[in-house]
Write a protein that binds this ligand. Structure first.
Ligand SMILES: [Zn+2]
Length: 427
């Protein structure tokens, strides 16, 4: 299967952050990775490949070199498995003027207009009543068919709409799931969830359900040089890390990839990049291999962290929004992102390492900086490097329309990123 086909597969499966974690885990288990539990003592072996899931939506995977020594340090790369959109509130069902609608809130910084008039579905996790009150049953759910629509207004009701329209999350953005004129009534949505899971509606205690765009990924351009798809932010990086850690094997050192949850809402949670868990896991690996906490502390200076997330590609229709000398045209290489504010982790020594890897391997890259009058965005890079103080670089594939329900990237840029990730873990 080609690299792009594998990415398309992940785009299809990863319809919520829980499904991203599940899909990542399945790919790695097929590659011979062994699953660990945080509550156990670990018996790790040099040459071993391991995964650790954290609260269902964050995944760590690591490989230990056959000749790993404490002072070799570790090479980490992290992406995120969540994406902007909507979450269904509790008690969500409402009847409004003959229709059945869901009450939702937004998750992260979605471009709301791009969610209008799209066939939408629902995925996430549902938590059920159990015999042990401290261990409710958790089930993943994906409707896998369009069930929701957020209808736009016809232009005939607002002739000025092409000059910009305010969309209020609690008013214009509520999705419809049926008409109330037939046999459907309030409660039908929860019943549908219960039917899909084959459980009783009364046993559903809570849920974290995401609304997702059911559009399929497609190639665009005379030479199929673009890919347009939902959730490129940040499944491109997630799949590139999987390719990297499975293809890029080295004897010395420790390679680790992480797919964090909650990046789109600031990373400050137990599953996010601002969690202390990464340090705990690394230290536990050292101790499990018979090394000491001191060995772990000593290894920080030798170690590296790649924060891998999408970047902004130059859009010719909005030329004034981009930097004067660092415009990134699609299909000219992956991006190394820099910001003096550290909204992208920026450290010239670490960046030079990335450049030298690219030069050695003949991999295309471009440097990206935001226009000085625009704040741009942030990533988990700086957050994570504050928690784990090692050299950190922000890199990723440039895309158009970041946080649209459908984003666009270049095929060659994705190839460059995968080549880089493989070289990073191998050299
Ligand atoms: Zn992102």
């Amino acid at each position: 299967m080609s690299r792009i086909d594998k990415l398309f597969g992940l785009l299809e499966q990863a319809t919520s952050q829980f499904h991203t974690a599940k899909a990542v885990k399945e790919q790695l288990l097929k590659q011979g990775f062994e699953e660990l539990l945080l509550k156990h003592n670990w018996e790790l072996k040099k040459g071993g490949k391991y995964i650790l899931e954290h609260h269902g939506s964050t995944i760590f995977a690591f490989t230990i070199g056959t000749a790993f020594q404490a002072e070799d340090g570790f090479r980490i790369a992290a992406a995120h498995g969540d994406f902007p959109g909507f979450r269904i509130k509790p008690n969500a069902e409402m009847e409004a003027g003959g229709y059945l609608q869901l009450n939702t809130e937004t998750y992260g910084g979605a471009i709301l207009s791009t969610w209008l008039d799209r066939p939408l579905s629902v995925a996430g996790r549902v938590v059920l009543r159990s015999d042990d009150v401290f261990r409710p049953e958790i089930r993943l759910l994906d409707f896998k068919k369009p069930v929701l629509m957020i209808p736009n207004l016809a232009i005939h009701f607002n002739r000025e709409m092409n000059k910009g329209v305010e969309l209020r999350k609690q008013v214009e953005m509520l999705p419809v799931y049926g008409t109330a004129t037939g046999k459907l009534t309030v409660g039908a949505f929860l019943q549908y969830i219960a039917d899909v899971l084959e459980v009783s509606k009364e046993d559903i205690l809570d849920y974290e359900l995401t609304i997702y765009n059911t559009d399929k990924a497609s190639f665009v351009g005379l030479q199929d040089e673009f890919v347009s798809a939902p959730r490129l932010d940040n499944l491109t990086s997630t799949q590139a890390l999987i390719e990297g850690i499975t293809e890029g094997v080295r004897e010395e050192g420790l390679n680790m990839m992480i797919v964090f949850d909650h990046e789109e809402i600031g990373s400050r949670s137990k599953q996010g990049a601002a969690s202390t868990l990464l340090t705990t896991v690394l230290e536990k690996i050292y101790l499990s291999l018979g090394m000491s906490s001191m060995d772990f502390a000593n290894a920080l200076e030798e170690s590296l962290f790649m924060s891998v997330d999408v970047s902004h590609a130059y859009n010719p229709n909005y030329a004034a929004k981009y930097d004067l000398t660092n415009r990134h045209v699609i299909n000219t290489g992956f991006a190394i992102k820099e910001a003096s504010s550290q909204s992208y982790a920026t450290d010239s020594e670490a960046i030079a390492i990335v450049q030298q890897i690219c030069e050695k391997e003949g991999i295309a890259y471009r440097k990206f900086v935001n226009h000085s009058d625009s704040a741009g965005g942030g990533t988990l890079g700086a957050i994570s490097s504050a928690m784990l103080p090692i050299r950190t670089v922000d890199i990723g594939v440039p895309i158009w329309a970041m946080h649209s329900s459908r984003e666009t990237m270049g095929v060659k840029d994705y190839e460059s990123l995968v080549d880089f990730m493989t070289a990073y873990y191998r050299l």
